[in-house]
Design a protein. Structure first.
Length: 351
């Protein structure tokens, strides 16, 4: 009798332990799904953005004003963040949502003003990226823009006092060498070719954008870590401050053209697609940072470079030279090296 009773006790325990693991397994599976979906989406967005910006600024027909496209991207981002804030913290009612926005943005206005500097910097950066895309081929643009890894690391070192290991410093050196090799290759390819694009102008615009991207990214990270405000609310604050600045910039740069031709001159379905694609970039990075790691994020950036280079051959007649391949390989290798952090017992840190 005692054996039968003990068996009747053990069997339910086995079944309950199996059922208890199911929710954990489901959560892990969901996490992995979100991680890879976000990475695939970021890869596609990075590749498509470079190709689309290049096509949008070089195609025939009426040309849209890039300053208005930057402004509209901020408006789309603001609307998206409003929705994310509303749905991000459970079943929040409309009145609670309005109260949260009022208290966080208006009542606590000093905290909102903290993002004034990065909002202005991001606005200038996005405008410069259009200039770079107009004057550089897609592959060169994508590779040059990876200098943002270097500028971000330098600003993190001085502003956040982040400690870099030797392999990360080495990766930054390889990154610079790789970008320089690509630029020299591009210069030789275009010396004898008559082209409307200004390579020096494009390179200066891209490198300036990387400096601004590095500074704004680290400044924004410092703000995020210094408070309990969510990343979606911070992005909402960024957009709300960027919109009036973007409106002033649009009329300062293109006031006569806007008055005579209209604010949405040159807009069609493709331009609106470009606006939405540009707006999703920063939000996608936030999702990837949450669900993935630096190595996988670097893989997404590297794959985007390869996709853009191959697509440029068929779409824009881009010719890949041997120096370009060497430079691209150095840049891609540097991305992986920077993202990889060896075990603590084998890493040598540089203060």
């Amino acid at each position: 009798m005692s054996k039968d009773s003990s068996a009747s006790v053990i069997l339910p325990q086995v079944h309950s332990s199996v059922s208890d693991t199911n929710p954990i397994m489901d959560q892990n599976a969901q996490f992995r799904t979100l991680k890879y979906v976000s990475l695939i989406t970021l890869t596609g967005q990075n590749a498509l953005l470079g190709l689309s910006m290049r096509y949008g600024r070089t195609r025939s027909g009426d040309m849209f004003f890039e300053s208005t496209a930057v402004l509209m991207a901020e408006i789309v981002k603001m609307m998206t963040c409003l929705w994310l804030v509303f749905n991000g913290e459970g079943n929040r009612s409309y009145s609670e949502w309005k109260k949260c926005l009022w208290n966080t943005i208006i009542v606590n206005y000093r905290d909102t003003l903290k993002v004034c500097i990065p909002s202005c910097v991001y606005l200038i950066q996005n405008t410069l990226l259009y200039v770079a895309a107009e004057n550089l081929d897609v592959a060169t643009y994508q590779i040059t823009y990876q200098l943002k890894i270097f500028t971000t690391a330098i600003f993190a070192y001085f502003i956040l006092k982040k400690v870099l290991i030797k392999t990360q410093w080495l990766s930054l050196v390889l990154l610079i060498i790789g970008v320089a090799t690509v630029q020299l290759s591009d210069a030789k390819e275009n010396q004898q070719a008559h082209t409307e694009q200004n390579r020096i102008k494009g390179f200066l615009a891209a490198t300036t954008a990387t400096v601004l991207s590095g500074f704004a990214g680290i400044y924004f990270e410092k703000i995020l870590k210094g408070s309990d405000v969510t990343v979606w609310m911070r992005n909402l604050q960024l957009s709300m401050l960027s919109i009036p600045l973007g409106l002033l910039t649009s009329y300062w740069r293109h006031s006569e053209d806007i008055d005579s031709k209209g604010f949405f001159h040159g807009y069609d379905f493709f331009v609106w697609y470009l606006v939405v694609l540009n707006a999703t970039g920063g939000l996608l990075v936030a999702v990837v940072v949450k669900y993935a790691d630096n190595i996988l994020k670097g893989f997404a950036c590297s794959l985007a470079i390869i996709i853009s280079s191959i697509a440029s051959i068929f779409l824009f007649g881009f010719q890949i030279s041997f120096p370009f391949v060497i430079g691209a390989a150095l840049v891609i290798s540097s991305i992986f090296m920077y993202g990889y952090v060896p075990p603590k017992d084998s890493s040598t840190r540089i203060a």
